[in-house]
Design a protein around this ligand. Structure first.
Ligand code: PLP
Ligand code: COI
Length: 355
């Protein structure tokens, strides 16, 4: 395993007020970087002062969008910090890399890079309820040439940002707009990969939703525009008639790590859980006939986010009286309890580091 060189920042930044963090606005003093080419593989692993990245104007990422990223969090513990299922993120990044023909990351080395960077930045891990250190690893194709071809040179970077809640609403219910015009992804495309292009394609619908007063878009499948897929930055789950349903992973939905964890917790609690195709018509009928009891999103940034309103084809439907549902709250408490170390981690999901 190669060594990670460390160049420390000469001047450290003033830390923000941890009670007013929001999401992704502040960055720590250092970042991790390394490069890939076919002769040397991954090389020049280093932790350096957080700074701009010089980039050639013909770089692949600027023209053809060869970029993938991940999102995970570190939580302050009594004697250091814990990351939630970091290997899942590293493996998903490699699945995204495979889809975009970017080079695979060495898994154990990437975990070491995360651990070393966060250890150096441990004073940036906020400790107030609902806060954490958001970790954003990303990789981009960096060939200095305009031909459209498989990338030969890539750059991998990890940046860190102390965060509070993703939505301005905090843990209060969010308003979600079901999009019936634009689509985010299709089977065979890049929907299951976490690549920047998926998010670029979602911005127009997101803007339209925001103009109507909704926080995010709920996507329908790209072929029939009939089946529920996922929300802009989270997977989605519904409690209908006492049972939990969530869209199955068809290839156009991101396989969320929070989704996977929540499903396991719900099954352990004895709920009937189905991963299946859910038609938007069935969902709207469940809103109308009162069988939709609760709806929530799952995601690293979004954690467990109650959904209080759904908008579809000109009509707004209130979910769970726009309150946090009982099960939604219980799931939030259990998941964040495991993450923050206040609930028992029976499944060994947290990766604890003494720092
Ligand atoms: N779906 C999309 C489009 C996302 O951006 C995210 C966030 O990462 C998720 C789902 C949830 O995935 P995870 O729980 O792994 O954060
Ligand atoms: C995450 O939850 O980590 C995400 O990537 C969501 C979003 C900020 C794009």
């Amino acid at each position: 395993m190669q060594e990670i060189k460390i160049e420390k920042a000469k001047i450290l930044k003033e830390k923000p007020d941890f009670s007013k963090l929001g999401f992704g606005k502040y960055f720590t003093d250092h970042m991790f970087m390394m490069e890939f080419n076919s002769e040397e593989g991954w090389h020049n692993a280093r932790i350096v002062p957080f700074d701009y990245i010089p980039i050639h104007p013909a770089s692949t990422v600027l023209h053809y969008g060869a970029e993938i990223f991940e999102g995970l969090k570190a939580y302050k513990t009594e004697d250091g910090f814990a990351m939630f299922r970091p290997m899942e993120n590293i493996k998903r990044m490699n699945s995204s890399a495979e889809r975009l023909c970017l080079p695979a990351l060495p898994e154990e080395f990437t975990l070491k890079a995360l651990t070393e960077l966060i250890t150096l930045e441990k004073d940036w891990i906020p400790n107030l309820p609902g806060t954490s250190l958001y970790i954003r690893p990303f990789m981009f194709g960096n060939d200095e040439s305009l031909g459209v071809h498989t990338v030969k040179n890539s750059t991998f970077v990890i940046i860190l940002s102390p965060v509070g809640s993703y939505y301005a609403e905090g843990l209060n219910p969010v308003k979600i707009c079901i999009e019936s015009e634009d689509v985010r992804a299709v089977r065979g495309g890049t929907g299951y990969a976490k690549c920047g292009g998926n998010y670029a394609a979602s911005l127009r619908a997101g803007q339209r939703a925001s103009e109507k007063g909704y926080s995010q878009v709920l996507w329908l499948d790209g072929v029939e525009r009939k089946y529920i897929e996922e929300v802009g930055a989270m997977n989605v789950m519904f409690k209908i008639n006492g049972e939990i349903v969530t869209p199955m992973l068809t290839g156009s939905v991101l396989p969320g790590i929070t989704r996977k964890s929540a499903l396991e917790i719900l099954k352990d609690w004895g709920y009937k859980v189905s991963e299946k195709l859910i038609s938007v018509d069935d969902l709207i009928s469940a809103c109308e006939n009162g069988t939709l009891e609760e709806a929530w999103g799952t995601g690293t940034a979004a954690v467990i986010s109650p959904i209080g309103h759904l908008f579809y084809k000109g009509k707004d439907y209130t979910v769970c009286n726009n309150q946090i549902g009982e099960l939604t709250q219980k799931l939030y408490d259990e998941l964040t309890g495991i993450q923050w170390g206040t609930a028992e981690d029976k499944r060994g999901w947290t990766y604890k580091v003494k720092a």
